[in-house]
Design a protein around this ligand. Structure first.
Ligand code: PRP
Ligand code: URA
Length: 208
């Protein structure tokens, strides 16, 4: 099941707060940040570990460390930037690959206006972050870019997913797991998620 609904009580509570129509930009940013932290824990729960011995105050002690591939975080501009600090707060050594995608309001197709990727993507785990999975056109385009660079472990973190987007993502990239803080009812006639959050980018950047 590529899309995994995260059911932690803190996630369910914070998503509810995020849906308030009268929410301020400040509150929306803060909750987006907190939810990004919680989703990061879920999406990294299976990272491989390795043993190491360190000098503890009481003498040598065996500890566990993260092992294996390095991580790149890929925010989908703009709205994905609202989740970036939350992810980097927990994975401070991750490197950041940026992709700018804007949905064409008439066609709902994503149009790429910026792409700056880190190197050696074939050796990295990628965490794509974007608050909204609506038609999934933007997410699929971002995954296409990562896979074209040889990335074989792609994971996605979203706040709200629509069933239409989930079906499209599963069809296009069945190997990619996506953690969602909420799975909503449907898309409206102009491609907005119902009940959803409204325009996440506008709420994070204050452009409405
Ligand atoms: C929003 C959102 C996703 C995309 C989701 O971005 O942040 O990137 O739409 O829609 P989709 O699943 O149908 O592709 P938008 O294009 O509005 O740009 P913004 O982040 O700059 O506001
Ligand atoms: N992008 C948003 O910001 N919100 C939606 O509901 C759909 C796409």
């Amino acid at each position: 099941m590529p899309v995994i609904a995260v059911t932690h009580p803190l996630v369910r509570h914070k998503i509810g707060l995020l849906r308030e129509a009268a929410i301020s930009n400040k509150q929306f940013r803060e909750l987006t940040h907190e939810l990004a932290c919680l989703l990061t824990c879920e999406a990294t729960a299976d990272l491989p570990m390795q043993a190491a011995t360190i000098a503890c105050w009481s003498g040598p002690v065996q500890i566990e460390q993260l092992a294996g591939r390095k991580i790149t975080v890929m925010p989908i501009l703009r709205a994905g930037l609202g989740m970036l600090e939350g992810v980097l707060g927990l994975i401070p050594t991750a490197q950041v690959s940026v992709i700018g995608l804007a949905r064409n309001h008439a066609t709902l197709q994503p149009e790429c206006y910026c792409e700056k990727l880190v190197d050696h993507l074939d050796e990295r785990i990628a965490l794509i972050i974007d608050p909204m999975l609506a038609t999934a056109g933007s997410m699929i385009a971002a995954i296409d870019v990562l896979k074209a660079q040889g990335c074989t472990d792609v994971r996605a973190l979203v706040l709200v997913a629509a069933p239409e987007g989930i079906a499209a993502l599963e069809a296009a990239h069945p190997d990619v797991r996506c953690w969602a803080a909420a799975i909503d009812s449907r898309l409206d006639e102009v491609g907005y998620i119902i009940p959803g959050l409204g325009d996440a980018g506008d709420k994070i950047f204050g452009t409405v």
